[in-house]
Design a binder for this molecule. Structure first.
Ligand code: HEM
Length: 213
């Protein structure tokens, strides 16, 4: 099957460009996370060895963060419409207990993304936005000298808290992607099965196939 189209056996979920963006963001997120963690506490300082020592880690961390955010912004703009709130989200959250307990009887008419995916999406948007704004404020020698000590202190705290929230969202995201069987291939091969789509995203399934079920 062509990787850019749907066939009778598989449905196209992500075009190659979107998958490339996603994995660039994921790699950037890991590199920014590891280089940032190196300065969070002395017990993580050994991580600077991955980036060529303390000096290089300090120089690279903000650049890696800004480049990752630029890719993330393009990703967000491409996925924004499918992550806007919808009536099915509240329905999906109301059966969260059954979903987590594997007793799911799908009744929510979920579109391309379910309520949980949308929540993770918006938590990532807000936390990465807070990270990039506070990161620029703290960026020595370029921007930090323009700000007062009080603003710099506040920026350090917000930077650390939003990094923790972003990491938490990423852990939930990866766990859910692996836990819901048949999902990871959406971001590796670009396709999903009809069964997966009809079960987890019935409204999206109807939209892309024209099916009534
Ligand atoms: C490294 C491990 C990662 C894995 C295995 C992974 C896996 C996936 C998979 C399978 C999907 C498709 C889900 C679906 O279509 O239903 C997806 C979507 C997505 N991923 Fe990841 N991902 C990873 C890291 C990240 C990171 C670090 C970010 C952002 C900081 C991210 C942001 C997104 C976004 C925004 C979507 C679109 C879903 C939505 O808009 O709600 N991913 N990911």
């Amino acid at each position: 099957m062509s990787p850019t189209s749907s066939s009778r056996r598989e449905l196209l979920r992500y075009k190659p460009f979107d998958r490339m963006l996603h994995w660039l963001v994921a790699v950037g997120f890991i590199l920014a996370g590891l280089s940032g963690l190196a300065f969070f506490h002395p017990s993580f300082f050994f991580l600077t060895n991955l980036f060529g020592g303390g000096g290089w880690t300090r120089i690279l961390h903000p650049f890696v963060g800004v480049v990752m955010f630029a890719f993330f912004l393009v990703l967000v703009l491409r996925f924004l419409r499918d992550n806007l709130p919808a009536a099915a989200d509240a329905q999906w959250f109301s059966q969260l207990g059954a979903i987590v307990g594997n007793r799911e009887r799908p009744s929510a008419d979920v579109g391309k993304y379910n309520g949980g995916q949308k929540l993770v999406f918006w938590v990532m948007v807000l936390s990465l936005l807070a990270l990039v704004v506070t990161g620029v404020v703290l960026w020595r020698p370029y921007f930090a000298p323009q700000f007062t000590v009080d603003i710099l202190r506040l920026a350090v705290v917000v930077h650390a808290v939003s990094a923790f929230v972003a990491l938490l969202a990423a852990v939930v995201h990866v766990y859910a992607a692996i836990w819901v069987k048949g999902t990871v291939r959406a971001m590796t091969r670009g396709t999903v099965s009809h069964k997966w789509a009809a079960h987890h995203h019935p409204a999206w399934y109807r939209k892309v196939t024209g099916s009534r079920t």
